[in-house]
Design a protein around this ligand. Structure first.
Ligand code: HAM
Length: 401
């Protein structure tokens, strides 16, 4: 992930685990489920209200503004993070109270090309691990402050007729955030929502033009997508383009990655008006998909060498050898538990060491020992002082070390 986002020019930002509560209540929106129901909010010893971050975007914007990064960096400013987030949700498959996100945020350009590049980053991540065919990119346009209020009114009018048939949550949404009814999982609400007015018919000219360009660029980039008018996202800051990568097999929560444009958030949090776009990708859901499709990467390789030591001199030589190899960039281990030769060999096997060597008084006196290839079972002699030659033996391609 670090490499893929790095290729697009994203640089890592590390954020505090908690922020002032208002960063999220103002950023994500008081009426959202995240803020109204799901935040871990505490009072600290100084009587300040603090909140464990439920998501990354608001914190990045806070940090970027506080440190004047928009003024001091070439735009667009591209930041990414891999971090834990906390939401007090009903835990189930693919939905946890502490989870992890890779998030990217691109600040300072209104161009549809930025929306599409952000989607391409997520797409590349999924392609890189063989998940491209497993997920569908769904996009939608949810309007801007000039066209969305009209749409809200139309929705309110439509849903008001069915008020009594909506679930309890949606009855509240009807007054505060009617768009959220569109993605309610309740069957009755879904049925009613089927014939609800769609944002597309209410978009202003600018939003239509933007969304058309986004689609043109997606086609140009050969990225398959579906326009889904039901995608509204659960956070208030989005403007116009929103998108989700949806997969089967991550519990009822099919969204592996969600994001969109949020052109108003920076100004709302006290900065100059600055357009922005980004996404958050859930690492647990991503790993779950990999596991289900048998695409989890193999475990990391064991050490290149496990140096077995016998007696004081042998153990000291084993430690010296391991230390030298580490300075040359190889992983090398020795026994730290005063174990027998047999137990040390067993440990080397369990760790998956590519090679082992046994060093005792004789080897130390002769300055020579045998290097054993653990896979092939073959042995070759080497000189303890000739570290370069040993390095070559350990890294020869045939060994797979
Ligand atoms: P979000 O849709 O709330 O967006 O979360 C992004 C992703 O985090 C989801 O698609 C999902 O994979 C994962 N996720 C969310 N909640 C949970 C949970 N309780 N357990 C496991 N995984 C979860 C955001 O957070 C926005 N900040 C994304 C963004 C960045 N938009 C613009 N920039």
């Amino acid at each position: 992930m670090h490499q893929t986002v790095g290729r697009y020019g994203y640089r890592e930002i590390r954020l505090p685990t908690f922020e002032s509560t208002e960063v999220f209540s103002r950023g994500v929106g008081e009426e959202t489920d995240i803020v109204s129901k799901e935040m871990y909010t505490f009072e600290d010893k100084g009587g300040r209200s603090i909140t464990l971050r439920p998501e990354g975007t608001a914190g990045v914007v806070r940090a970027v503004l506080e440190n004047g990064l928009l003024a001091s960096s070439p735009l667009p400013l591209k930041s990414y993070y891999i971090q834990s987030c906390f939401r007090y949700e009903k835990a189930q498959k693919g939905r946890y109270r502490e989870f992890h996100q890779l998030g990217i945020e691109c600040f300072g350009t209104h161009e549809p090309a930025a929306d599409v590049e952000v989607m391409a980053v997520a797409y590349d991540l999924l392609v890189a691990v063989g998940l491209a065919d497993v997920v569908t990119l769904e996009i939608n346009a949810i309007g801007c402050p000039s066209c969305r209020p009209v749409y809200h009114e139309a929705l309110k009018q439509y849903f008001s007729e069915y008020r009594d048939k909506l679930c309890d949550t949606c009855q509240v949404r009807l007054d505060k955030n009617p768009m959220r009814i569109l993605d309610c999982k309740n069957e009755a609400c879904q049925d009613i929502a089927k014939n609800a007015p769609v944002m597309r018919d209410y978009l202003c000219e600018d939003c239509v033009e933007h969304f058309d360009k986004v689609q043109k660029l997606l086609q140009e980039a050969d990225m398959a997508y579906v326009v889904n008018p039901r995608i509204v996202r659960g956070l208030d800051y989005y403007t116009n383009t929103v998108f989700e990568f949806i997969a089967e097999g991550v519990g009822t929560q099919g969204t592996v990655c969600g994001g969109g444009r949020y052109d108003g958030l920076i100004e709302q949090l006290g900065g100059q008006p600055t357009p922005a776009v980004g996404f958050g990708l859930g690492l647990e859901r991503f790993l779950m998909l990999l596991e289900e499709r048998g695409k989890l990467p193999p475990p990391p390789p064991g050490p290149a060498l496990y140096a077995v030591g016998i007696g004081e001199a042998g153990r000291a030589a084993a430690r010296r050898l391991a230390a030298r190899l580490r300075t040359m960039g190889l992983a090398a281990e020795t026994d730290l538990a005063d174990r027998s030769v047999k137990a040390q060999m067993k440990a080397a096997g369990r760790l998956g060491a590519a090679f082992t060597t046994v060093l005792g008084d004789d080897e130390v006196a002769a300055g020579k020992a045998m290097l054993k290839n653990m896979d092939a079972g073959t042995e070759v002699p080497f000189e303890l002082a000739a570290t370069d030659a040993l390095y070559d033996l350990l890294t020869a391609p045939v060994t797979g070390a």
